[in-house]
Design a protein around this ligand. Structure first.
Ligand SMILES: NC(=O)c1ccc[n+]([C@@H]2O[C@H](COP(=O)([O-])OP(=O)(O)OC[C@H]3O[C@@H](n4cnc5c(N)ncnc54)[C@H](OP(=O)(O)O)[C@@H]3O)[C@@H](O)[C@H]2O)c1
Length: 162
């Protein structure tokens, strides 16, 4: 099963200048909790933005080039994986949105002024909100956040945007 995990602001912004536009420790813990023990799949630019390999997770990167020190796969190979999480960024979310069964989406309660990368609009794509939890900012968070889980119901696949 393929799942997706993302943190975006109220406009869908996910990035600015190759990085995440907030400091949100509680959401990083949430990301760790959900993805630990699994496979994380990311675009080359997101790979470049990581401080290093994240513990206890197999890393797979999408790139049209050759990369050293990390596993590279194409889309067809990734679609055959079990228990994998699509972790971004913008290009890779678009590529897999109509292939995932579950989306873990954190809404960061802000609107970033100078964002340059966005999560796609999922409305009308067959996803149903099955869980939602509002969480106030902790001492190492810039903003309050809402943890959401969306499930693909498969009822209106005809509306999937390519
Ligand atoms: N808020 C969040 O949850 C979150 C999560 C992840 C990332 N981000 C942010 O998102 C931004 C990066 O996103 P992005 O859209 O610029 O880049 P990206 O999706 O991380 O990576 C794009 C790269 O992926 C490779 N790629 C794309 N399509 C491919 C395909 N069909 N086959 C093979 N390789 C393919 C290409 O690599 P090559 O150029 O090497 O060919 C392309 O340049 C950063 O600001 C990052 O911090 C935010």
């Amino acid at each position: 099963m393929l799942r997706m995990i993302v943190a975006c602001d109220r406009n869908g912004a996910i990035g600015a200048d190759g990085d995440m536009p907030w400091r949100q420790s509680t959401d990083l813990q949430h990301f760790k909790h959900i993805t630990s023990g699994g496979i994380i799949v990311m675009g080359r630019k997101t790979w470049d933005s990581l401080p290093g390999v994240l513990p206890n997770r197999r890393h797979i990167v999408l790139s049209r080039g050759e990369l050293e020190g990390v596993e590279v796969m194409n889309v067809e190979q990734i679609l055959k994986l079990e228990n994998a999480f699509i972790i971004g960024g913008g290009e890779i979310y678009k590529l897999f949105l109509d292939k995932v069964e579950i989306i873990h989406r954190t809404i960061i309660d802000t609107r970033v002024a100078k964002a340059d990368t966005y999560f796609p609009d999922i409305s009308g794509m067959g996803f149903e909100l099955i869980e939602e939890k509002y969480t106030e900012a902790g001492p190492r968070d810039d903003h309050d956040m809402i943890f959401q889980t969306w499930k693909q119901t498969g009822t209106d696949n005809t509306k999937i945007k390519k």
